[in-house]
Design a protein around this ligand. Structure first.
Ligand code: KAL
Length: 259
């Protein structure tokens, strides 16, 4: 048993730019010898993702569109993946969205549409993808699914609002999916990362305060990096984590243990 992912294939969903957590995960998995397939949301992202994918030491670059609000497109993308590589060994789901107006002020002001949108993109998308993976028997040798969550789903974090509620739903999904897919030797886990300056955090009120509080209070007195999250994902994808499913691992310098 080791950390090598030589001969294994993983799908990475959610690379936007070089600061993305999905990109940290891509680098860790690629260094461990994994073959990677990338999906991106919307044409705006394609160029970035292709450029980043090309910069990795991969034999071939597979980059496919996948709008995770559209079940037909998800099916098509994963059928494409099956046609290209036959089977996959894991998937990193690093996707979240909520309307910016609803990430500020009172949670109480969340609209029905905003609530549904945040849940559809940030939570249901994991279930939708897991469902298609099973329907297509794409992880037929077992596998590991990793999603990204955040402390704001476990407790109140100012401004996280509807995203916190969506993460709580995602966290619950991880457990139910772990139970459903366990019989096929597919593990499902979440990584709860500390705050990292990614595109999704950009322009959101109070983010700097969150960073500062983390540096002051976290047991390690520092922030965490994409690379640290990437290496935890590598562990979860590897055989070393073969006994772990339905779990959330906090990669947050210990912050969640403090008051
Ligand atoms: C408490 C924290 C501070 C920030 C509060 C809310 C953060 C919410 C995350 C959510 C995913 C952000 C958005 O959906 C932003 C969106 O409305 C506008 N941005 C975009 O459209 C960009 C261009 C695209 C690429 O972004 C997305 N998401 O598609 C939470 C911090 C400390 C931790 C974070 C940032 C957690 C997290 O969930 O990302």
């Amino acid at each position: 048993m080791n950390l090598s992912l030589e001969g294994k294939t993983y799908v990475i969903m959610g690379v936007a730019n070089k600061r993305s957590i999905a990109w940290g995960i891509s680098q860790s998995l690629s260094k461990a010898g994994a073959k990677l397939i990338f999906t991106y949301a919307g044409e705006r992202m394609e160029k970035n993702v292709r450029q980043l994918a090309d910069s990795l030491d991969q034999e071939e670059t597979i980059v496919l569109p996948c709008d995770i609000t559209d079940d037909v497109e998800i099916e098509k993308t994963f059928q494409d993946i099956k046609d290209k590589v036959g089977h996959i060994d894991g998937l990193a789901h690093c996707i979240a969205f909520a309307n910016k107006e609803e990430l500020d002020g009172d949670y109480l002001n969340t609209t029905r549409d905003g609530f549904m949108l945040a849940h559809s993109i940030s939570s249901y998308s994991l279930t939708a993808v897991a469902k298609v993976i099973r329907e297509l028997d794409l992880m037929n040798e077992g596998g590991s699914i990793v999603t990204m969550t955040y402390l704001g789903g476990e407790r109140i974090v100012k401004n996280y609002n509807v995203m916190g509620v969506a993460k709580a739903s995602l966290d619950a999904s991880v457990q139910y999916l772990a139970n459903d897919l366990g019989k096929d030797s597919i593990r499902v886990n979440a990584i709860s990362a500390g705050p990292i300056r990614t595109l999704s955090a950009k322009g959101i009120g109070g983010f700097n305060d969150v960073l500062q509080e983390m540096e002051e209070k976290a047991p390690l007195n520092r922030l965490v990096t994409q690379e640290e999250v990437g290496d935890t994902a590598l562990f979860l994808m590897s055989d070393l984590a073969r006994g772990i499913t339905g779990e959330t691992i906090h990669v947050d310098a210990g912050y969640n243990k403090v008051g």
